[in-house]
Design a protein around this ligand. Structure first.
Ligand SMILES: Cc1cc2nc3c(=O)[nH]c(=O)nc-3n(C[C@H](O)[C@H](O)[C@H](O)COP(=O)(O)OP(=O)(O)OC[C@H]3O[C@@H](n4cnc5c(N)ncnc54)[C@H](O)[C@@H]3O)c2cc1C
Length: 452
């Protein structure tokens, strides 16, 4: 272990925190993960991760990034019953006014529930010899050296009624999610608040879990219906999960919200852009009640733009940037940030942490920017979405609109698009000459239209 890297603390034991802890365990003598919730024994929901009750897709790039740290993870997930779905061949996707062409693709994703994935990751991280879990423990703030140039630990409260304690560390990582207090804490220490970019979407999710049998959705393993703005705002997903279950999530942009009761949910489903989900839902056996989640806005806190930042402190995951979840990027971006952290620490094998935050935030911002561009550019198709528009988003929306139309007939176009959607390739790859030619000529066939 390198000099100066004795103790690391990770605040928050959800996906971003666990992945950061996994990386730090290779570079520090001891890593402590501090989590407000009790860590459950099994794949159970937690209060601190309310979004875990809604569908969670792990994109192909995220799966690859996780494989670097947990080579046995993907087989364990499928052995545990998580189905693999080729989005091109097995998912009925209706988007931008039509069904996509049906064709075999590289976009074979493992479909699972969020608690199941987190549990598998948690077991692997917390079983490492130098990683300790401090659950049911609330972080209250940072401790620093005299002139606040270095974060030297955190204050914690192990349970209500017990006094505050301090825990010291050479590096503290904030993975406390969207509600992170880092900006306020840093301001309290005399640092500027990070500039924020916000794109308001006023999105809602209403979800319910059902029993799954192979005959439920004839000819497909999953269904996803997305709107064609500006007239449509609703989306619906019927995704398989481990345990022979479906999760159905209905929702919409700009205040469209599926009611959390049987009749209203089915009525909302009948108003989706495509009929598949509404046709199936009434036949399914519910296993849970409905749950609702509101997501107000995409929000990116630009720590990479701060000229001054204390040593020994980092911010990762949703605490730095949280995306409209419809495109399923959050966990993948957290995994890419973990890779970036690993790369930064490996490059300074002498244990020097003085350049870590500058290196990490600068590089992490590149991974975030790719996902951000795709997400908010799509969001801006809805006229009521408000915030900072990425430069060129109008042209991008026009061009991706042509891609969506060509992907109704052309398997090459659709495959290329899915590589970007699953983050295997950057958005710039959509401008390759062969693809450009096919898109501009409206697609050339080469796949099957799904039977509806
Ligand atoms: C509705 C919805 C659906 C989503 N769907 C997808 C999807 O399909 N695919 C995808 O990749 N991503 C999805 N996401 C995003 C994904 O959930 C997050 O990006 C991912 O969980 C990483 O978040 P995180 O670990 O940074 O924060 P979180 O998951 O929010 O976790 C923060 C953790 O910190 C703990 N904590 C908070 N404060 C303290 C404190 N003071 N002391 C101690 N502990 C604390 C909390 O208890 C919690 O465990 C979705 C998000 C939402 C809202």
């Amino acid at each position: 272990m390198e000099r100066g890297r004795r103790q690391a603390i990770v605040m928050g034991g959800s996906m971003a925190g666990l992945l950061a802890a996994r990386v730090l365990s290779d570079h520090f003598d001891h890593v402590t993960v501090i989590e407000r919730d009790r860590f459950p024994e099994g794949p159970e929901h937690r209060k601190g991760v309310p979004q875990g009750r809604h569908f969670h897709i792990l994109l192909k790039r995220g799966e690859a990034a996780l494989a670097r740290f947990f080579p046995d993870l993907a087989p364990a997930l499928t052995d545990g019953g998580a189905p693999v779905v080729d989005i091109g061949a097995d998912m009925r996707i209706y988007q931008y006014g039509d069904y996509k062409v049906q064709c075999a693709t590289e976009a074979c994703l493992v479909f699972l529930s969020r608690p199941f994935l987190e549990w598998h990751v948690r077991q692997r991280v917390l079983s490492r010899k130098n990683v300790a879990a401090l659950d049911q423990c609330d972080v209250g703030g940072l401790i620093t050296n005299g002139d606040h140039t270095r974060v030297s630990g955190v204050t914690v409260q192990r349970s209500p009624g017990r006094g505050q304690e301090t825990l010291e560390a050479d590096l503290v990582v904030d993975a406390t999610g969207r509600g992170s207090q880092s900006a306020a804490w840093l301001e309290g220490l005399g640092y500027p608040r990070p500039p924020e970019t916000t794109v308001t979407v006023d999105l809602s999710y209403t979800s319910r879990v059902y029993r799954r049998t192979p005959a439920d959705l004839p000819g497909a393993k999953a269904a996803y219906a997305l709107p064609k703005p500006p007239h449509e705002k609703r989306f619906g997903a019927l995704f398989p999960m481990e345990g022979q279950r479906w999760i159905a999530t209905l929702g919409g942009w700009l205040g469209e919200c599926a009611p959390a009761h049987e009749a209203g949910f089915l009525q909302f489903a009948r108003g989706l852009p495509a009929p598949d989900i509404a046709a199936v839902l009434p036949r399914l056996e519910p296993l849970t009640d409905f749950v609702v989640h509101h997501f107000p806005a995409n929000r990116w806190r630009h720590y990479e733009r701060l000229a001054r930042f204390p040593l020994g402190y980092l911010i990762v995951g949703d605490a730095m940037c949280s995306f409209n979840p419809v495109y399923g990027q959050g966990m993948t971006v957290s995994a890419l940030e973990a890779q970036t952290l690993d790369d930064c620490l490996r490059e300074r094998g002498d244990g020097d942490l003085s350049e870590l935050s500058r290196n990490f935030f600068g590089r992490a911002a590149k991974a975030v920017a790719e996902a951000w561009l795709m997400t908010v550019t799509e969001d801006f198709r809805h006229p009521g979405v408000a915030g900072t528009r990425p430069r060129g988003s109008g042209v991008m929306n026009w061009y991706t609109g042509r891609i969506y139309e060509a992907a109704v007939y052309d398997a090459y176009v659709y495959r290329s698009f899915l590589q970007v959607l699953t983050m295997l390739r950057p958005p710039a790859s959509l401008l390759g000459p062969r693809l450009l030619l096919r898109v501009m000529s409206g697609g050339r066939g080469g796949g099957r239209r799904p039977k509806v």
